[in-house]
Structures are given as C-alpha cells and as structure tokens.
Ligand binder design. Sequence first.
Ligand SMILES: NC(=O)C1=CN([C@@H]2O[C@H](COP(=O)(O)OP(=O)(O)OC[C@H]3O[C@@H](n4cnc5c(N)ncnc54)[C@H](OP(=O)(O)O)[C@@H]3O)[C@@H](O)[C@H]2O)C=CC1
Ligand SMILES: O=C1OC[C@@H](O)[C@H](O)[C@H]1O
Length: 365
Amino acid sequence: MPSRPTVRWGIITTGMISSWFVGDLFLEREDSKVEHVIQAIGTSNAQRGQDFVKTYCKGQSPRVYDTYEEVYRDANVDIVYIGTPHGFHFRDCMQAISAGKNVLCEKSFTLNAKQSREIFAAAREKNVYVAEAMWLRHRPIFIELQRLLHEEKIIGDVFRVFSDFASGVDIASLPSTSRYRDLTLGAGSLLDIGVYSLTWARMALGGKTPDQSEMPRILAAQTHEEGIEITTSTILHYASTGQQGIVTSTTKALGAPGEVFAVIHGTNGYIEIEGRTPSAPESFTVWSKQEGNPDRAFFPREACQGKKYEFATLGRGFVHEAENTALDILEGRKESTVMPWAETIYMMDIMDEIRRQGNTTYPVI
Ligand SMILES: NC(=O)C1=CN([C@@H]2O[C@H](COP(=O)(O)OP(=O)(O)OC[C@H]3O[C@@H](n4cnc5c(N)ncnc54)[C@H](OP(=O)(O)O)[C@@H]3O)[C@@H](O)[C@H]2O)C=CC1
Ligand SMILES: O=C1OC[C@@H](O)[C@H](O)[C@H]1O
C-alpha cells in the first residue's frame, strides 16, 4: 500500500467527545487518504491522560501534558482538536492560535457570534487554519441529501422544514459543575443540540453555500429551569422566498431513537430524516408525488412513492470530519470547505438572536 501523508493531532481534553473523536481515527479503512497520529494529549489531570492513551489511542504513544498550553507549544503538533465545553472554546482557540497552531474546535463553536468573529480575525492574522467541528456536515448522508435537494431538486422547491432534537438529560441529578448545568460552560439546549436541528433547517432552506447568506426573520421562545435553558422553539422565515422552518430542541425528553426527527416539504414531495439522533442520522426517505395524480394541497402517502436512502456509519461517524480536516491541513487551506468561517458566523448570528428573544445569557469569560 502506498504510504499516506501524516497529520499529527494534539488532543485537548480527555472528555467524552475527545474519546469519540480519537476512537474513530484508528478504525480499519481501505480508502483512508491520511495517516492520523496522536502526537499529544492536553488534560487537566495527567492520570486521566494516561488512561485515555491506554483506552483510546491504539498503537500510539503521544506525550501527555497536564496543561493545554504545552500542547500548543509542541512543535510536532500539526493541528489541535479542542474538546472542552463550549464556554471555554473562545479561550482555548485563542490560546492555540496565538501559539501558531491550526485548530479544529467542537460545536457550538463559541458562546456568541462576537467570539467567533474574533477567533477568525486572529486566525487570519496568524495565517492558521480554524474550523468548527460540526461533524454532521461532513457525513455522507448530509452531503447526499444536500445534493439531492439543491442540485437534483428531488422534491422541487423546498418551502418549509420541521426539525427537532430531543435529548433527555436529567439535569437536576448532575453536579453543578456539569456542562449541562454550569452557565460558564455554556449550558442550554440550543448550543448543545439545537445547533443540529438548526443545521438541518439551514441546509434545506438557506441554500448550499454561505454566500447565499440571507438572514431569516426569527421568532423564538425559550424556557428555563433553574436558570438553564431547557427548551427552544424557533420559527425561521426567509423573506425573499417565503420559506419557513420550525426548529426545536429540548433536553427535557428523549426523542424516540430511529424515528423521524426532521421533515422537509417541497413542491413535488417531502423528505423524512431518521436516525439514532439528529447528530447521528442513518437514513432519509424521499416521498415523491406520483405522476398523474391530481395536484393537492397535501401529499398523503398513497399519493407518493417512497424511496429510502440508508447510510451505514463507520464507528461513530467522525472519520469524515477528521479526514476532511486533515486534507485541509495537508493542502494548505485555512478554512474548511465544509464548514467555512462565514457559515459558523451565520449560525452563531441566528443563535444569538434566538437567545436574545429567549432571554438566555451567558457569563462570557
Ligand atoms: N460532536 C459531537 O457529537 C459532540 C460534541 N460535543 C461537544 O464537545 C464539547 C465537550 O463536551 P463533552 O465531551 O461531552 O464534555 P465532557 O464534560 O465529557 O468533557 C469536557 C472536558 O473538558 C475539560 N474541562 C476543562 N475544564 C473543565 C470544566 N471546568 N468543567 C468540565 N470540563 C472541563 C475536561 O477534560 P480534562 O480534564 O482532560 O482537561 C473534561 O473532561 C462541548 O462543546 C460539546 O458541545 C459533545 C458531545 C458530542
Ligand atoms: O453534540 C452532541 O451530540 C450528542 C448529544 O447527546 C450531546 O449532548 C451533544 O453535545
């Protein structure tokens, strides 16, 4: 097998998402274009770092640092993956960038759009790569649906979308230091999971690229318990086309795994998207209006033909994001083609407005 180019990762944190991300880097794959190396781990607890290496870094021998800054200073690290809670993303991105490091940082990218803009300005200044790790957008199912909707126009003109993420988290039982409870860490359903329902709606309604950047009119409500936003409902309205989206999220109840979590309506049919969660979609079904049927205001199933598109997931599904990012680095790009800076800012601007209307604020550190 020809040798593949190598990308050396510095992993910030030993938390849950870091373990998911790293675990997927070493899955057996025939078509992998990149050799991933875990060069360094940065953690607040060195023992946890050693345990993390044993459990997740198969065949790797990274340096374990008990500060994040040492990872940023390690000259052998090509790119830093940031897996801290979102309240720390701004601090951690800025520190990594100021040390001259490329960065892939978990979603939601920051607490607000202002922080995102500052990070991108710093990255431009330092000429380094930065991208939000919105893994959903890298998944083949997402890319294929995007193509079918916007290039093939498989259901005609999209005119509305329903999109939900319901994830039952027993917040009251968690310690006050949990990222689901602590506002300094960014607690709340919108930034944690609402960002996914918004992403599906954005993909279906707003066009394929961030150049198509019309801001929707937004009407939003948020409910709080003990100061934590636990349910968000938003109406998006694109004035130029009349398209609408209803986008919801809650941490108060678990959506039924495998059931439809989003529906996209077009002039020639509709699409239902199913999966374990909206962040881990597995299939979608295109219900096309049959030829010869009279036009109707609604498309009942008997008037439609259903075609299910199923997508197997390798590991947890992080390989696509990891490989695309590694290729960005190897090919010298400073922005992700999948999640460019303008797109992160677009999403953050929408979430800022939802939070403004919903009265959700964060202490910005
Ligand atoms: N893409 C996806 O599917 C997912 C993305 N995420 C995103 O990843 C980020 C982290 O989430 P997750 O891994 O679930 O979080 P965890 O609580 O499991 O881990 C966060 C880690 O951050 C470090 N940390 C540093 N300071 C603190 C602090 N004050 N409180 C808590 N942790 C701290 C710790 O690592 P250490 O001790 O090693 O320094 C900790 O293990 C979030 O932004 C979230 O939105 C989360 C889940 C799934
Ligand atoms: O990104 C995520 O996806 C899965 C959810 O369970 C998790 O809370 C969230 O951070």
